[in-house]
Design a protein around this ligand. Sequence first.
Ligand code: TMP
Length: 242
Amino acid sequence: MAQSARPGVFITFEGGEGAGKTTHISFLADALRSQGAEVLRVREPGGTAAGEALRAIVLDAGSEGLSDQSELLIFEAARAQLVREQIAPALERGAVVLCDRFCDSTLAYQGYGRGLSLDFIRAANEFACQGVYPQRTVLMRASDCAQVGLQRATRHSADRMECQGDAFHANVNRGFDEIAASCPERIRVVDSSQPKPQTARCVFSCLADLFGWDPENLPFDDAFFDGVESYHGKRPNERQDQ
Ligand code: TMP
């Protein structure tokens, strides 16, 4: 994957179910805004009118007959629209784009989880991305056991992907590990089973070079990172959340 040559910074967050991405993305977004950056926070699938409609279809536990092939194309269609409408223009403006899931999720879920061709998915990802690729990806890893994250994610209700069973999610997590091992420059793995302040510090450290921060001496103190314990980040309200 070639990197985006636009003036903004494009960071994606990945992980299996219940890996704890949402809080850390919100916390980082607020920190960057406090430093004066324009931040666009989006999620996949979603972030556009078409993308949210596609999300409703693909995550609806009632969409029972959806084939694996259709599922893949829905995720790619949502991505193509999000890149075109939101991500590319924001990067052109010089914004920081924080995206909750992107191409690696398709490789992990539809490739390693469903067993669809990884080569085909790479080509479909390239088609949907239209030349816009993340400079850095943070892979949040909650536990060696996919069941632990899955239980956390499905405390209240389970969507169509979360209902796919333990073996599926174990394959997804294995997929993420293999993808991370094959792209060590772009993908940094963060253990999100640590206490939240430590996890937040790790997230910031692995992005330090992108923002000109010294990773050993981040421009945020211990009290700032401790604040993540009581932080209630909003789920991304996609299009409005800029
Ligand atoms: P989430 O936004 O709550 O993480 O839900 C998105 C779900 O969709 C999650 O189970 C991962 C799944 N997914 C895929 O299967 N393929 C993809 O390409 C993407 C972006 C998400």
